[in-house]
Design a protein around this ligand. Structure first.
Ligand code: GLC
Length: 643
């Protein structure tokens, strides 16, 4: 759509109801959940059933082209006899590696059809890596070689563990389990034996970077089917379009046949999760992974499928629906993202906003233009502009901005208020005055009326760089801050989930005395190795990969020796986390993705989104010619970050 039109729409105020006129969407929405299918093979031999289990509270629903999909699954089931060999090294002989000749042509866009997918070659990128292990590079010093070998053996170990974490459904790989500690008893497992959507992202990216596409494709399509499930908590259903936080493959007795079993996918949308938190980030990550899959494999047929297009629209519809909110940021409850328990991040937490922007940009690239999606794309464009303006303008802090806040007047009732959110300067905590470096800055964790959460949240800041939610200058300033505050954010293990920790009364009130989130532990200032991969993408985007490389080096000193923990505790990340799982898959995959991307930085493009300069320019022009804004005087017109 024309950019200027989107901007005018935004400035003009009201939007038409998002889907009011979108009949085709309604049609798709209903057919999206129309068919079901069951596939299984006779018992006594290997037997696989592919259907979504039906219980009192859940109804099986399937994509409207389930037929073609089921054929693909059936095919998998036949291959599954040899599934045990799947994890064999280098993929030779593994059932999902097929002939090299049949690799599809990503350059010319020759993608296989859905039904041909079984014959798609999973590129053996890894083979070259393995072969190069033993040979000396022409000019390398012995130390270089030793370092590289050490690095490679760590990578080999990580790959082995990642493959061991793979979860199969009907004999096909469908995801990776959250943690797989061979020495852990079932009682310690909690829900770490599930496939978490957010945890799978680095696993999926690692597989994509290795040229192994099938597991990612299966994950995308199966979780899409779960999206349509009816889910309730105490008779209340959350919005359609919600993706589960996690799912488990269960083997259960087949109805009416005691001697047979079937595999079912059992999702958790938060109705069983600790604290009953809704996983807002799942759908956003799903869209981001879908785009990465298409860009990496060249197989655009998945994102073009009608059920996948409908899935994207359902997520967007949920996120873009009108509510009571005055802000363009997404309003969510506490614990709706990686930090999935009470940590005082309800409202408009940065992590969700960064993923929101990223998902909007990815979705815009993938939505196939059709009459029915016109309103949706217009709403999406409007939201993108408003969201990035809001975050760049109001979430950003550095020395200069902090000093401005320090001198804020309060209780301004007017359109021209400088202190729009009525922030009381006393909110600037003593730690921040000390902590803010003279060079550098960051996006605060949350903004609400009369409330700025000044904590530094790593994932939100890193992903804001990746999806261009920040300007170039701001992105560099965040990396400057990371360098300046290395001993606080990295120390002995990358990377602090947030800084600083809540302590004393603040911890009591904000976490509700949470013993898992004590100061400098877990979500409350713990260090999470998985964040390495987001750090790597952000650094590569800004052409400063050396920062991420340094962090990887720090991690390599102990991550394998410590058995790939989920998180580390203490201010300097010296201890393995109090209740940390060992062999945590996203710690393993996060490390691998960081290594793979640093070795091949251009591959990071599958995750990076650039800002739409046309849209921003149009917005900038419109803002400067808006008489209401002009009245605010020179200060406001100088302040815009949009250029
Ligand atoms: C914890 C983390 C969450 C993660 C889950 C599984 O609950 O907070 O982000 O998805 O473990 O690893």
């Amino acid at each position: 759509m024309a950019t200027s039109e989107a901007v005018l729409q935004l400035l003009g105020g009201s939007l038409p109801s998002l889907f009011g006129s979108d009949n085709s969407f309604r049609k798709l929405g209903s057919s999206h959940s129309s068919k079901s299918f069951i596939r299984y093979r006779k018992k006594r031999g290997p037997k696989f059933v592919n259907f979504l289990n039906c219980s009192n509270t859940r109804r099986p629903v399937h994509g409207n082209i389930a037929h073609s999909y089921s054929r693909s699954v059936k095919c998998k089931c036949q291959q599954a006899d040899s599934a045990s060999s799947i994890a064999s090294e280098k993929g030779n002989g593994a059932s999902w590696f097929v002939d090299n000749d049949q690799s599809f042509d990503t350059i010319n866009g020759n993608t296989p059809s859905i039904l041909q997918f079984e014959t798609v070659r999973e590129a053996k990128v890894g083979e070259e890596d393995f072969q190069s292990n033993g040979s000396l590079p022409p000019n390398g010093s012995v130390q270089d070689v030793l370092n590289r070998m050490a690095g490679n053996s760590l990578e080999d170990e990580a790959w082995e563990l990642l493959r061991e974490s793979m979860v199969y459904y009907c004999g096909s790989p469908i995801g990776t389990i959250a943690a797989k500690d061979p020495n852990s008893s079932a009682a310690n497992v909690l829900n770490y034996d599930q496939v978490f959507i957010r945890d799978f992202i680095p696993s999926g990216i690692a597989f994509l970077l290795k040229g192994e596409y099938e597991i990612v494709r299966n994950f995308i399509l199966h979780t899409l089917q779960l999206q349509s499930w009816e889910k309730t908590m105490d008779c209340h259903s959350p919005g359609q379009g919600l993706m589960p936080a996690s799912f488990k493959v269960r083997t259960v007795p087949l109805d009416g046949d005691d001697s047979a079993t079937e595999e079912v996918l059992d999702p958790d949308f938060g109705e069983a999760a600790i604290g009953r938190v809704a996983p807002v980030d799942s759908g956003l990550w799903w869209i981001i992974l879908l785009r990465a899959y298409g860009k990496s494999s060249g197989d655009l047929s998945v994102q073009e499928r009608i059920d996948v297009q409908t899935g994207i629209k359902m997520i967007l519809r949920l996120c873009l629906a009108d509510g009571f909110d005055m802000f363009p940021t997404l309003l969510v409850t506490d614990g709706s993202c990686m930090i999935d328990r009470r940590m005082g991040i309800h409202g408009h937490p940065l992590e969700i906003q960064a993923l929101f922007q990223s998902a909007l940009l990815c979705a815009r690239e993938m939505l196939t233009p059709e009459d029915g999606s016109f309103d949706l794309i217009r709403a999406l464009n409007n939201r993108l502009v408003a969201l990035s303006f809001h975050i760049r303008e109001y979430y950003w802090i550095d020395m200069k901005k902090l000093n401005e806040i320090y001198r804020y007047k309060t209780e301004e009732y007017s359109y021209d208020a400088v202190n729009k959110f009525n922030i009381y300067p006393d909110q600037i905590s003593p730690w921040l005055v000390e902590w803010m470096p003279s060079k550098g800055g960051y996006l605060i964790g949350n903004l609400q009326p009369a409330h700025m959460d000044f904590r530094f949240f790593s994932l939100g800041n890193l992903w804001s760089i990746v999806c261009s939610l920040t300007t170039d200058d701001q992105s560099h300033a965040i990396l400057d801050l990371i360098e300046a505050k290395w001993t606080d954010l990295v120390a002995e293990m990358p990377f602090k989930i947030c800084y600083p920790a809540l302590e004393g009364q603040e911890w009591q009130i904000i976490t509700g005395y949470d013993p898992k989130n004590t100061p400098w532990s877990y979500h409350n200032g713990g260090a999470w190795p998985t964040l390495l991969w987001q750090l790597a993408v952000a650094c590569i985007k800004m052409n400063r990969p050396e920062i991420a490389a340094k962090a990887v080096e720090v991690a390599e000193k102990r991550i394998s020796r410590d058995k790939w923990p989920e998180y580390y505790d203490t201010k300097k990340a010296r201890f393995i986390g109090k209740q940390a799982q060992l062999f945590q898959t996203w710690s393993i995959a996060g490390y691998l993705v960081a290594k793979l991307l640093l070795a091949n930085p251009s591959a990071a493009n599958i995750l990076i989104t650039q800002e739409d300069s046309e849209l921003l320019n149009a917005f900038s022009c419109a803002v400067s010619s808006n008489p209401r804004r002009k009245k605010r005087g020179p200060k406001s017109s100088q302040k815009t970050y949009i250029v």
